[in-house]
Ligand binder design. Sequence first.
Ligand SMILES: Cc1cc2nc3c(=O)[nH]c(=O)nc-3n(C[C@H](O)[C@H](O)[C@H](O)COP(=O)(O)O)c2cc1C
Length: 383
Amino acid sequence: MSGLNRAASIDDLRTIAKRRIPRFAFDLVDGGAESERNLRRNVEAFEEVELTPRYMVDVSQIDTKATMFGQTYNQPFGMAPIGMLNVFWPDADLTLAHLCKRENIPYVASSASSTRLESLAEAADGNGWFQLYVSSNKTVTEGLISRAESAGYDVLMVTADVPAAGKRDRDIRNQLSVPFRFTPEVILQLVSNPTWALASLKHGRPNIANYADLLQGATSYADVQKTLITPGFTWDDLARLRARWKGRLLVKGVLHPDDARRCAEVGCDGIVVSNHGGRQVAFGPPTIEALPPIAEAAGGRMKIILDSGIRRGADLIRAKALGADFAFAGRALAYGVGAGAARGADRAMEILKLELVRALGQLGATSFDTVRLPDVTKRPAHR
Ligand SMILES: Cc1cc2nc3c(=O)[nH]c(=O)nc-3n(C[C@H](O)[C@H](O)[C@H](O)COP(=O)(O)O)c2cc1C
């Protein structure tokens, strides 16, 4: 598809995806909580961080590698966990897991993925990490942990920012429901997006694969929520999880320096400074603003990863300059799949890599690893 080659940015891929995907499915990925202020601020706040170019350094060779937990990746970012992504585009999960393996970057399989965690581990082939949602049912949580262990995942990323699902106004307006209902409006959207409809028909209706058996009897969204998440996940549970999981343990969804300090005390190997891509609340800080005091509080005791709002290669450098070791992109790569399946995912990756190398060159940095705080001239106004 020639449109893909003309896509110059992640935003262009988003525009193409929007044209190809029925509104209810596009909004499920594109949308954020309530007024979507946090979703917008994530992206704007990155743009407010200025980096001063430096020249007359030989930048003919630029090294973008980054090492995390003993493994060296080709890029300083990976694919964030995204649940139910096959609704956005059929087979999106496996497409991205294969991409991550090929590009040698980490792929984080979501507890709520549309593909079983075992198949994703196989596709990511040594580059897979597993994201855990703690369920209100202890047996369900333990089941996921031992399956992740058997599948060979070493890094477990437990998501802390879901005491409840976010309130996403677009999904409510689109009347997204469980079980899925074919309302006249949905049928009209399917007819207007035949490529998506045919591809989806071929792959069958996506489900939340890791819980498929448990959710068979679910008749409401509340049932699904109770199986997937719990409002009762506490610091004591995190300490128990630390004792239970022998591999690397990360907490995803840290926004306060005191929470970061506590994660270090519990013995976590890292944290993900994340606001779930602006999907949980509208009132919170963008992650690039939350990052500096958190990095200070962590004081080098753990790895700091950042996600939420990465749309440009330069955002990776901004995050690194303000204290992150690594980053995750969620929607950036997902929009690629939505724009053109595997070729679209490749294009998204190509764009981010090109932007990263170009930006490093303009900053006189021969490697991502050497980017430091003084490269930033204008920091976000954080509290
Ligand atoms: C459609 C969608 C589903 C998501 N599902 C999960 C999930 O299952 N588990 C999780 O920890 N985070 C989930 N997230 C959050 C992402 O892991 C990540 O934090 C977020 O996408 C980063 O923001 P960005 O999309 O602006 O890059 C989801 C995000 C989106 C957009």
